[in-house]
Design a binder for this molecule. Structure first.
Ligand SMILES: CC(C)(COP(=O)(O)OP(=O)(O)OC[C@H]1O[C@@H](n2cnc3c(N)ncnc32)[C@H](O)[C@@H]1OP(=O)(O)O)[C@@H](O)C(=O)NCCC(=O)NCCS
Length: 166
């Protein structure tokens, strides 16, 4: 498939909302408001990196990266999510391409690391590792993972942007 990973433009806003809603809809762990979270992060200037997978002008995937916050005040932390791929096109490498480009851009910024809540069976292939002891309050510790970048041994609790909590 002919896919380009590129930053979002204002014209992508509706397509990102739509694909996120449809990708999360069947998921048992979905909160139901993932698509709105992206809009709220963007409106707050907190959508630091927003990548779309573009197939001949059609948005077929999206990944959001927002600032995350270390309890010890150390800078440079980010969170990945929500991430979505067009349901019919899942498991064909689009998610992988979005995460790889996101990681490249984070390294370019000298990011300390990137956190997420997700299935370790999937994210471990990208270098994310479970750090249950560093999960922020209220998050499922077993699913809290970090991709260490500049900081190779994270040792502080890392919290998500307040907009993740409504
Ligand atoms: C999660 C998601 C973004 C992954 O995107 P994708 O394009 O389907 O993933 P990829 O094809 O790049 O997957 C890369 C690898 O992970 C595997 N994989 C994909 N989804 C997986 C899953 N749910 N569990 C385990 N492995 C998975 C693929 O088989 C592939 O392995 P391979 O490289 O050995 O062939 C996509 O499935 C999706 O939109 N899901 C619904 C929304 C969602 O759950 N988002 C994440 C919430 S944490």
């Amino acid at each position: 498939m002919d896919i380009v990973i590129r930053p979002e433009t204002p014209a992508d806003r509706a397509a990102i909302w739509d694909i996120t809603k449809r990708a999360f809809a069947p998921m048992p762990y979905a909160g139901g408001n993932e698509q709105d979270l992206i809009d709220r992060l963007r409106d707050a200037g907190a959508l630091e990196i927003s990548l779309v997978a573009d197939s001949k002008g059609r948005v077929v995937g999206h990944a959001a990266f927002s600032p995350a916050f270390a309890a010890d005040g150390s800078p440079g932390w980010y969170a990945l999510g929500p991430i979505s791929v067009e349901p019919d096109l899942q498991r064909s490498g689009i998610g992988k391409a979005l995460i790889a480009e996101g990681e490249r851009l984070l390294r370019e910024r000298d990011a300390a690391g990137c956190v997420l809540v997700g299935n370790p069976a999937y994210y471990s292939r990208f270098g994310f590792r479970p750090f249950p002891d560093l999960a922020p309050p209220g998050e499922p510790a077993a699913y809290f993972q970090i991709l260490p970048l500049r900081v190779s041994n994270p040792d502080t609790v890392i919290g998500f942007h307040r907009l993740f909590y409504g």
